[in-house]
Design a protein around this ligand. Sequence first.
Ligand code: GLU
Length: 519
Amino acid sequence: MTATNHSDLPASNPKQQGPVRVRIAPSPTGDPHVGTAYIGLLNYLFAKQRGGKFVLRIEDTDRTRFVASSEQMIFDALRWTGLDWDEGPDVGGPFGPYRQSERTEIYREYCQRLLDSGHAYRAFETPEELEAERKAQMAVKQPPKYSGASRNYTPEQAAAALAEGKPFTIRLRVPDGDRPAGTASTTFRDELRGDITFDHFNVDDQVLMKSDGFPTYHLANVVDDHLMGITDVIRAEEWISSTPKHVLLYQAFGWDLPRFWHMPLLRNIDKSKISKRKNPVSLIYYRQAGYLPQAMLNFLGLMGGGMAQPSEQEIVSKGLDMKLADIFSLQEMIERFDFNRISLGGPVFDLVKLKWMNGEYLRGLNAEAFFQTLRSTIFSDSYLREIVPLVQTRMEITSQFGDMADFFFKDDVQPAAEVFVPKKRTLPDTLAFAPEMLTVLEAADWQTENIDTSLRALLTAKEWSVKEAFMLLRAILTGKTASPPLLESMVVFGKARSLDRVRRFLEAQKKAVVLAGRK
Ligand code: GLU
């Protein structure tokens, strides 16, 4: 891939005369991600600044990664942020359905067009054959690339394979993709980077339709962006390498391109791509831990440098508090956010700064609003109603509630080694086991029976007793040796926060080991 700044391509395409239409297209594969809110905010600002429409589309065609509860969680989390969409599966709109699993007929029809025009072909290689090819390529350090015989089947050969009932996928025929490097290339314009060129030698014949009849992301995404009249595709930079495939599809269909804006990825403090091992990434975590949506949006709005912050002059003349120069309401962001200012260096998702910002928002509330905030978050009726049955039978006087339920209301609990290391285990033993527990919990469906079954399977494999494992988990979650029923408490506390507690425990222990080593 190469990028240059001077473009020969037309600056905008002819269909883009009317109001802009943008979209976010999350896949329901788990908890709603902070990255979705970040890209959602950028799309929202873009639409609001230009009197356009902001669309929510659910990309649920990957059935292997589909999580049934995830779609509702995406709606809830995005509603919590306050980024309202104009069209979407739950609010309708003129270009529906907005859920891809309800559009499979459409993709089939468009895929057929590509087959008819020769831009796509049926590929009959088996998964085993593809795997063998991939391994062979890796062995000689070549990037994996499909080069199966089906690409060059005559119509008769293809018809014969079809008649035999061989399963097949449908692949995009990348023009001259089977010729040496330098034969053909695709150039598209990225509004933030200028022209980007990909040699077709490096573009795989992408699968468009899987053997189960479901489209891949690439086909469904392009067909929908076109049919939904999307003028500007604003998404994370990880999709840049998919874009040449998309451009080839637009060309094969004879459609105008949207404008592409690839936003810099959010990063951990160490500059690696944001990951749950280093930062909570679930929006549900932030909501449950008591972050305010305004603070979250404000913080995300600062990522990437698009916010025109007040100049020093403005700060002095308006008597602004310097450290508050970062504080913007959503309305102010609509007024001041400038897509031309975005810088491509990876914006760092700095939890310390987000926490500080949240504190600023909390301090800005009057007493009543602050009280109401507590009552609608950490002291909400619904949360309390879930907690009280877990402690009622264990109490003699109501003030013991605080002694028993304190961990439900804390940001952090860090147990001492005497509390978390089981009697017959050593500290290193325990710290080797805890990450395994985290992995199992991450994969568990968050209901008591499922957590229990997954944990027990691990215990048997690792020869830990139920008593030992529950003691460790109880210590990590509650900071104590005794607590209300543990699994029920974890369900009420929530998956995102429970996992965060285990991760923070591991992090703190790692630091302690480093410090001990220095002594
Ligand atoms: N479904 C993709 C995702 O999960 C959408 C990427 C795009 O915006 O094209 O992020």
